[in-house]
Design a binder for this molecule. Structure first.
Ligand SMILES: [Zn+2]
Ligand SMILES: [Zn+2]
Length: 75
């Protein structure tokens, strides 16, 4: 089971207003999926109910199991 934790305080994130939110830091947190090959941010595509990720740098699809999920505080 994957956990969604705050990059600042490591507490569990809540889902609020269409984004993750840390109650302790009182800040929104953005979930990003990075390309496993070039580490650029990928675009999430929804096809047939399953998510895949497209890397604009590599110009190809990356499977969900390979992308690196990172969390970033919103300013
Ligand atoms: Zn936090
Ligand atoms: Zn890439």
């Amino acid at each position: 089971m994957s956990q969604n934790t705050c990059p600042e305080c490591s507490s569990e994130l809540a889902w609020k207003d269409d984004q993750y939110y840390c109650d302790y830091c009182q800040s929104g947190v953005k979930k990003k999926a990075l390309c496993p090959d070039c580490h650029a941010e990928t675009e999430k595509l929804l096809a047939c109910g399953s998510a895949s990720y497209f890397c604009n740098s590599c110009n190809e699809l990356k499977s969900k199991s390979r992308v690196e999920i990172v969390f970033e505080m919103q300013p």
